[in-house]
Ligand binder design. Structure first.
Ligand code: GTP
Ligand code: ZN
Length: 213
């Protein structure tokens, strides 16, 4: 028997495709790609760019589509299974690639997620760990909140004995511009249940995830 939870039931700030709006929808608001393209055109003009140049002709449309893609996630099912074998060791998926958009500069931050849990009654389809990360990464984010949302979503749906999430990311707003700290990586973690309370459980996760701490 599998258990199916629609991810858009889990996250009230979800992005979804609504049957009444065949186009993109974010937080219940339809995405207006034409208005977004007009805004990008205005931005380019304000920044002194020649939007009448043949080279920039389609740029506003492309930028609008690119941001809509980065900000909108598809609903999916978070499939879990009964833990019939009473598996009671760590389940860990390491180095799940992700990319998100920094809510301060609208520039990407990207890196890898390490997601682990200690099963109780149920186990989760492994790909769903990556899908949960992808779901919350599609939006305007700070790394801390993204880390917490992934962990909380898994815990709410799995009722695991412990959940641990570590994100390691490079923020382009910090490496390409501003302080230009190229190569600097930001590490964030959220530990729940036994991963928070039990030092040996926490240690095992960090060792297997190969995170320096
Ligand atoms: N805590 C946190 N800060 C972030 C994240 N992404 C970007 N920031 C920071 O958000 C801050 C915004 O600071 P401001 O001083 O308002 O912006 P700014 O003048 O562009 O700052 P600089 O980047 O230092 O040039 C910067 O320090 C960014 O590094 C994140 O995921 N988490
Ligand atoms: Zn930023």
């Amino acid at each position: 028997m599998t258990s199916t939870t629609w991810i858009d039931e889990i996250d009230p700030n979800r992005a979804l495709r609504s049957p009444s709006h065949p186009g993109l929808v974010r937080d219940g608001v339809p995405v207006d790609l034409d208005a977004a393209a007009d805004a990008v055109r205005s931005l380019l003009v304000a920044l002194g760019q020649d939007v009448h140049s043949v080279h920039l002709q389609d740029t506003p449309r492309r930028v609008a589509a690119a941001y809509a893609e980065l900000l909108t996630s598809e609903p999916f099912t978070l499939t879990t299974f009964p833990n019939d074998g009473r598996y009671d060791e760590l389940v860990l998926v390491r180095e799940i690639p992700f990319r998100s958009l920094c809510e301060h500069h609208l520039l990407p931050f990207h890196g890898v997620a390490h997601i682990g849990y200690l099963p109780d009654e149920r186990i989760v389809g492994l790909s769903k760990l990556a899908r949960v990360a992808e779901h919350f990464a599609r939006g305007l984010q700070v790394q801390e909140r993204l880390t917490q949302q992934i962990a909380n979503c898994l815990q709410e749906n799995l009722r695991a004995k412990g959940v641990a999430v570590v994100l390691e990311a490079e923020h382009l707003c910090m490496s390409l511009r501003g302080v230009r700290a190229h190569g600097a990586h930001t590490v964030t973690s959220t530990l729940l249940g036994l991963h928070r309370e039990h030092p040996a459980t926490r240690q095992e996760f960090f060792t297997l995830a190969r995170v320096r701490h």
